[in-house]
Design a protein around this ligand. Structure first.
Ligand code: CTP
Length: 399
């Protein structure tokens, strides 16, 4: 079953912009076809039969030198065993031995086989050599057996995320980020609340991009339908006050905070403990302001820390966003235009203007939310380095 997903993985990798070449063992070709792999990869498949060419070329050397990353998906228990014992009897294990730069395994096997001490030992050996793993995950095994457990290959989309992680320069290594995302819900009784249509996609994109660049990330998320991203500590909250508590508690240890959450500005003054029955006529709900998290962080900000916020304005965007940047003591604010069609709530794209404390303004144009996230992180990286250099110079003067 997992082998049948290999062509999809190749396709997803190409869609993500990677150059791919496919290699398949004879055993893999019993489960998927060479044609499917060749079409998905957009080129010939390296097979055991073509390992050595008449001209004297050897594919294992060529592949090992060509690829930045060797992804083995699906990886069997036998494949892990051959690699861990250096048994280069097929093209793929020979490619590993021939000096593949980085190896990512996506195992798929029966849970008993995955948990067997032999497999455990092989995985440990490979990890010690710097090999990386994605999955296996919990789920139903091959259709014929009724079993479920840890052994299912990760989905192609998840494998692509891990590929991106392993191929991204870790320029934010050693930095810790707090990112907020999604809406908040301000309840006036146990089942009714005030909220907004934020999907959380922008904040999650920032958190994932920071993770891929090596940062340690805490994602404080309001209610969203998005799954918890891997490799990120996620704290789920509902109300602005909970978000305030989760972020302020950790703020002093963070290098940078990006407030992408659409925090509700108002909360009901009282939350009824029971559902409020319907009444005839006009109903009044008294609202009081929620704590302004970003303003509080701006107040507490220490010299080395970077603070970024978002502004959503329907008119006088730049003036209002700049006023917010100053009032909340931010280094950078991303100005959203909710009424523009290319930056709508829930979209995978955004189009923002970045305003900086030094007066500089930069328009991103329409980009994927991931690309906007990368742009924001480029600037935060630069700001952190500048602040650090400034602090070092200060220290130099005083010592
Ligand atoms: N924000 C926050 N806490 C709040 C409200 C907003 O931390 N209670 C953050 C948001 O995450 C965003 C930024 O502040 O990064 C701007 O939010 P916005 O609601 O547009 O700003 P306000 O200062 O509330 O201004 P106004 O609603 O008057 O435009």
């Amino acid at each position: 079953m997992a082998a049948m997903k290999s062509p999809f993985l190749l396709r997803r990798l190409r869609e993500a912009g990677y150059l791919v070449r496919a290699a398949a063992s004879d055993r893999a070709l019993a489960f998927t076809t060479e044609t499917a792999l060749a079409v998905a990869a957009g080129g010939a498949v390296a097979t055991d039969a073509r390992w050595f060419a008449a001209a004297g070329d050897a594919l294992h050397i060529d592949l090992a030198r060509w690829a930045d990353l060797l992804v083995i998906a699906p990886a069997t228990a036998a494949g892990l065993a051959r690699a861990a014992s250096g048994l280069a009897e097929d093209l793929i294990t020979a490619t590993i031995l021939a000096g593949a730069r980085k190896v990512l395994w996506a195992p798929a096997m029966n849970p008993e086989m995955w948990h067997h001490p032999a497999t455990r030992a092989n995985v440990e050996t490979l990890k010690e050599w710097g090999h990386a793993f994605v999955g296996p995950e919990h789920g139903a095994m091959a259709a014929a057996s009724e079993e479920s457990g840890l052994g299912r290959m990760s989905e192609p989309e998840t494998i692509v995320e891990h590929v991106r992680y392993h191929l991204t320069t870790k320029d934010l290594e050693g930095r810790s980020f707090i990112v907020s995302a999604g809406p908040t819900r301000e309840y006036f009784d146990p089942v009714r609340f005030i909220s907004n249509p934020s999907s959380g996609k922008m904040g999650y994109a920032i958190a994932e991009a920071a993770r891929d660049r090596g940062a340690q990330v805490l994602l404080v998320s309001g209610p969203t339908t998005l799954p918890d991203p891997w490799g990120i500590e996620v704290v789920r909250v509902e109300r602005a006050e909970e978000m305030y508590a989760a972020i302020t508690e950790r703020f002093s240890r963070a290098n940078a905070v990006v407030m992408a959450a659409a925090v509700a500005d108002w909360q009901p003054a009282h939350t009824a403990s029971e559902k409020t029955p319907k009444k005839k006529g006009v109903n009044m709900v008294e609202l009081v302001p929620t704590p302004d998290i970003l303003a509080e962080l701006g107040h507490r900000k220490k010299p080395g820390q970077v603070l970024a916020g978002f502004a959503m304005e329907t008119r006088e965007g730049r003036e209002r966003a700049r006023a917010k940047l100053e009032r909340k003591n931010l280094d950078l604010i991303a100005l959203n235009f909710p009424t523009r069609s290319d930056s709508a709530f829930g979209s995978d794209y955004n189009n923002v203007e970045l305003l900086f404390a030094n007066g500089h303004v930069e328009a991103t144009g329409r980009l994927s939310k991931r690309a906007v996230a990368e742009r924001i992180l480029d600037h935060i990286h630069e700001l952190l380095s500048e602040k650090e250099a400034g602090l070092n110079a200060e220290q130099g003067k005083t010592s």
